[in-house]
Design a protein around this ligand. Structure first.
Ligand code: MRU
Length: 336
């Protein structure tokens, strides 16, 4: 299954699987145009915190190549960093590249530095996934039945994924018995993408509507909840796909451990708590419709935050590339 991935970067162009078409069509798009990458990130054709960080870095390389002057390049970098506001990986990757070229003036040197650093960001991302997968095993009991939310596998990273990477490793070790995946309305990342990935990996899975999670936990069929993050504040408050917070509340109610798997690039230690994490609000039509079909009266008022923030006191542990952290704790800074 090493060919199962969502992004490929060869230094000249970015190839990405058009996630909006999954699971029905596996269409790859190849582009050397940074604006196409930004548009793909906005449309969620490329999505998931680490993946948009890697894709953002690739977009910076492409923007540098096509920009006529420094002002144009700076404008492009701002547009890339701001394509989506909640996942910190995007701004983290652009800032890391900005930092590496801050003292360079030759265009050739800047280009080579951006190329080199982007390749490192992608490689590191894949490595961090493997490390999280190994560290996470200490939390997975034999025969585990895990509940997850949104999509956290190959499509959201340059490697095997965050939470789904941990579960994939447990499956390889024959310790995982079942994965329950919430649908993740409104855009169905669980229904469309996690179920697609589980199928490709041969992991037994069951899809449930978001509102069935409490009932599932009440039935005693869930040993742990494990999911990813888009931004974790210094105290551990965690922004992730809308619906995560209510799963954490339910898990606490049923005394089920609740784990967040996220690389250090998703931690924003500049924010003391989750209160100041910017939460993206998306278009109301995402809720009024499902895959293009109108399901509510046209024009109804809609509340459509893409993420929520789970307070750290509901989180049992964090799985990072550098180990397992039980809050309250201090998180080490990642590579900047
Ligand atoms: O809006 P999306 O689909 O980009 O949201 C993605 C998530 O919320 C994932 O759970 C998150 O990025 C963690 S997995 C890396």
């Amino acid at each position: 299954m090493d060919d199962l991935r969502g992004l490929k970067w060869d230094g000249e162009a970015l190839e990405f699987i058009e996630q909006t078409l999954l699971p029905h069509e596996e269409q790859w798009v190849r582009t050397d145009d940074w604006t196409v990458v930004v548009d793909a990130i906005k449309r969620l054709a490329i999505r998931g915190a680490p993946a948009i960080g890697v894709a953002g870095a690739c977009a910076v390389v492409l923007a540098h190549k096509s920009s006529a002057n420094d002002a144009e390049f700076q404008h492009a970098m701002d547009a890339i960093a701001n394509a989506r506001p909640t996942a910190v990986n995007l701004a983290w990757a652009v800032n890391r590249l900005r930092d590496r070229i801050a003292n360079l003036s030759s265009s050739e040197e800047i280009h080579q530095t951006l190329q080199r650093e982007t390749a490192i960001i992608a490689e590191e991302d894949a490595l961090m996934c493997n490390q999280m997968a190994e560290h996470g095993q200490q939390l997975i009991p034999d025969g585990a039945r895990a509940l997850t939310h949104c999509n956290t596998g190959v499509l959201v990273t340059y490697g095997i994924g965050t939470a789904l990477g941990v579960l994939r490793r447990s499956h390889e070790l024959k310790r995982l018995s079942h994965v329950y995946a919430c649908e993740a309305r409104p855009l169905g990342q669980g229904a469309r993408l996690t179920m697609w990935e589980l199928g490709k990996l041969g992991i037994p899975g069951t899809l449930l509507s978001d509102s069935a999670a409490g009932s599932l936990m009440q039935s005693g069929k869930v040993d742990l909840v494990i999911l990813g993050a888009d931004r974790v504040a210094a105290n551990g408050d965690t922004a992730n796909k809308i619906g995560t917070f209510q799963l954490a509340v339910l898990a606490r109610r049923f005394k089920i451990p609740f784990y967040v798997a996220a690389p250090s690039s998703t931690f924003d230690l500049s924010l003391p708590t989750g209160e100041s994490i910017p939460v993206e609000e998306r278009h109301p039509d995402e809720v009024r419709t499902y895959r293009g079909t109108q399901i509510s009266p046209k024009g109804v008022n809609v509340f459509n935050p893409a993420f929520d923030v789970t307070p750290v006191e509901l989180i049992t542990a964090f799985i990072r590339e550098d180990g397992v952290f039980y809050p309250p704790c201090e998180f080490p800074a990642g590579k900047a």
